[in-house]
Write a protein that binds this ligand. Structure first.
Ligand code: MG
Ligand code: MG
Length: 276
């Protein structure tokens, strides 16, 4: 069943989604070589609870942490731990915030220091593909229009692997609701979109092939070929005949650009990835 949310519900969801953005902004301020991923998780849980929320992920199907922290060849669902981030890593941070009965869900991939140019390009393409997908999240369109826009855009520039084993989803009173929102597909396929639906759109794009596997911990999803993977996600409302992100990258990007340990050179130096 796909839920239609009222204006009031969407405003509550916007607050949760923006608290995810605020949490990821705090992460952006802390990121540097030598910091453990567990310390990021501990900060995030404290920040979420201090703001009157609950971390959506902690305890979800037994997931033990507040953040999913996925470094380099980890696609999603990485466990925070003793690993110390180092120069040249990329780190995807996925967060959920629950308050007043509704979840927000958003993810962002950061580059630490001297990241390889092809990996910076992957970040740029993956982030842009998210916005291509959001642009299709309009009343009367179908889920496949979002899926096609993401897959088609990523395929235009490079032979990236679009992950198929994990997909976006509806979000609301539950973290994962109908419909599933794949990052691959055909125009005009799938469920019809309606004003008031709220979707977590989240391209997961690999530098190499699309093949992934789940590690022995039962959660950590990694690329089969060991190459890097990027992940960007927005909680997105279908309203006013467009896709409206309820989470925001603006404060995250401001913190990212103010942190000298983070590499944001791909904003300007990597070739533009515009549509024809
Ligand atoms: Mg997420
Ligand atoms: Mg999600």
């Amino acid at each position: 069943m796909i839920h239609i949310r009222s204006r009031e519900e969407i405003e509550i969801m916007r607050k949760s989604a923006l608290m995810v953005s605020a949490t990821l902004t705090e992460v952006a301020k802390m990121l540097k070589p030598g910091i453990t991923t567990l310390s990021l998780d501990q900060m995030a849980e404290t920040f979420i609870r201090d703001n009157g929320g609950k971390p959506s992920f902690k305890g979800y199907n037994g997931f033990p942490y507040s953040l999913c922290i996925s470094v380099n060849d980890v696609v999603v669902h990485g466990f925070p731990g003793a690993y110390e981030l180092k120069d040249g890593d990329i780190v995807s941070v996925d967060c959920g915030f629950y308050k007043n009965g509704y979840h927000g869900d958003s993810a962002y991939t950061f580059a630490i220091g001297n990241v390889a140019p092809e990996v910076l390009q992957l970040l740029k393409v993956t982030k842009e593909s998210l916005f291509r997908g959001i642009a299709q999240a309009r009343d009367r369109n179908r889920v496949g229009d979002i899926s096609f826009a993401i897959e088609n855009f990523t395929a235009r520039e490079n032979p990236y692997g679009v992950v198929r084993d994990l997909v976006g989803h509806g979000v609301g009173k539950n973290l994962h609701e109908d419909p599933q929102v794949p990052n691959y597909g055909k125009r005009g396929d799938g469920k019809r979109l309606k004003e008031g639906m709220v979707l977590a759109i989240e391209p997961m794009i690999n530098l190499g092939t699309k093949d992934v596997y789940t590690a022995n911990d039962g959660w950590t999803v990694k690329t089969r070929d060991g190459k890097a993977s990027a992940h960007f996600e927005h909680t997105t409302a279908v309203r006013n005949n467009r896709g409206e992100p309820l989470s925001s990258f603006d404060p995250i990007e401001a913190a990212e650009q103010a942190n000298p340990e983070l590499n944001t050179s791909y904003y300007t130096t990597v070739a533009d990835v515009t549509m024809q």
